[in-house]
Design a protein around this ligand. Structure first.
Ligand code: NIG
Ligand code: FE
Length: 381
């Protein structure tokens, strides 16, 4: 099965020699990009799409979400907008609702959210557990997540649940819970923050996960300065996500280690914390990814275009840098070469925009510009 797309006004591939082409065509064969060239030379294929001069960009790679949960916390959001502070303990509210929902309901809710992401151009998504905080529910959340993506993350160490001491809970997270969850996960994550897990506890969780074959990523430096980023760098984690409060030493450690800094501007939007300075990170040579962190507490957006717009307006990135962070950066955060770019051989995950260039993603915030989405070459929206 082959698909040809002709008349592409602007084609973003991120190829090293020619990252953005104009007046281009592209052919997909068996789910992969098979040909790139001038529109007028586009070969025939089983199906032909006329892009009508619109832009084509790689499908977004959302490297940080918590899509499997029940309930919402709209009241908490409204209170915050009226001046209340965000507390990590709010997670427990969602844990109660999630434990009450059955697996079928959780699957239905997560599928609905995934469809929402997809309609906005996301073609690769990471999904974490973390709203179960007991062995059976964490396992259920990962079973649901693994039905939706290959990028599943065990986040048993999200907060310490009611009725537990931190030490006893870390024993559970690194013991029976890990044994049951590891077969369903690719990654291990921990919320390293005041009110959640300190550096020693976080290290224990990550090292146990690594010993069970999982690769580490960290929720780091979200609510204040802390040890999360340094820990991620020390352990060679794929990503340190949030990075809202960074010292110069944190920035240097990220640059030296190659750990991807995951920036989640939906969180700052919804918690009123200051936006991280992406310019400072870029200028220091840190690799960055943009993600939604879609979750009911701190960022209930499923929209990568919204995050791109925020990154441009509030975090000092150019539209091109923001798009790169939302595609190639996400792929780097997930240690994937096959997505987040559209060179020949890449997975044909792409988005056709109802706009002549990627700049419109930030220039026209809140406007549904995603016209068609192809996942592995199959037209899905
Ligand atoms: O990534 N930081 C920890 N976890 C989520 C928030 C979860 C919640 O408040 O429900 C986050 O922001
Ligand atoms: Fe998160």
């Amino acid at each position: 099965m082959s698909v040809a797309i002709a008349n592409i006004g602007e084609l973003v591939t991120w190829e090293p020699d020619q990252p953005i082409r104009h007046g281009a065509g592209l052919v997909v064969e068996d789910g992969r990009v098979a040909w790139l060239g001038p529109s007028s030379a586009t070969p025939a294929a089983d199906e032909r799409i006329d892009a009508g001069g619109g832009a084509v960009v790689p499908g977004f790679v959302d490297s940080h979400t918590h899509l499997v949960f029940a309930g919402d916390r709209a009241a908490e959001f409204a209170a915050r907008m009226a001046g209340q502070r965000y507390e990590a303990g709010g997670i427990r509210t969602t844990v109660v609702a999630t434990r009450e929902a059955g697996e079928a309901e959780l699957r239905k809710l997560a599928r609905h959210r995934l469809a929402e992401l997809h309609a906005q151009g996301t073609t690769t998504v990471e999904i974490k557990s973390g709203y179960g905080l007991d062995v059976a529910t964490e396992e259920t959340l990962l079973r649901v997540a693994s039905g939706l993506t290959a990028e599943t993350t065990y986040l048993g160490a999200h907060v310490v649940p009611d009725g537990w001491t931190a030490d006893a809970y870390v024993d559970l997270v690194t013991g029976e819970m890990l044994t049951r969850c590891a077969p369903l996960a690719r990654w291990v994550d921990v919320f390293c923050e005041t009110g959640a897990f300190d550096a020693d506890q976080a290290r224990t969780v990550l090292e146990a996960g690594m010993a069970a074959g999982l690769q580490p990523r960290v929720h780091a430096n979200q609510l204040g300065h802390g040890p999360g980023v340094q820990l991620a760098c020390e352990l060679g984690a794929a990503a340190a996500d949030h990075c809202t409060y960074l010292t110069d030493a944190d920035v240097s450690a990220l640059a030296d280690s190659g750990v991807v800094a995951g920036l989640l501007p939906g969180v700052e939007f919804s918690t009123k914390h200051p936006y991280p300075d992406a310019r400072r990170l870029r200028d220091a040579g840190v690799r960055i990814a943009l993600a939604t962190d879609c979750n009911p507490g701190t960022s209930y957006t499923s929209s990568m275009p919204f995050c791109i717009a925020l990154a441009v307006r509030e975090m000092g990135l150019t539209p091109e840098e923001a798009l790169r962070a939302a595609t190639r950066g996400g792929a780097e955060s997930l240690r994937r070469d096959d997505v987040g770019q559209l060179g020949v051989g890449a997975r044909a995950d792409l988005v056709l925009l109802d706009a002549p260039s990627h700049v419109h993603l930030a220039y026209r915030p809140g406007v549904p510009l995603v016209k068609r989405v192809l996942s592995s070459g199959v037209l899905s929206t």
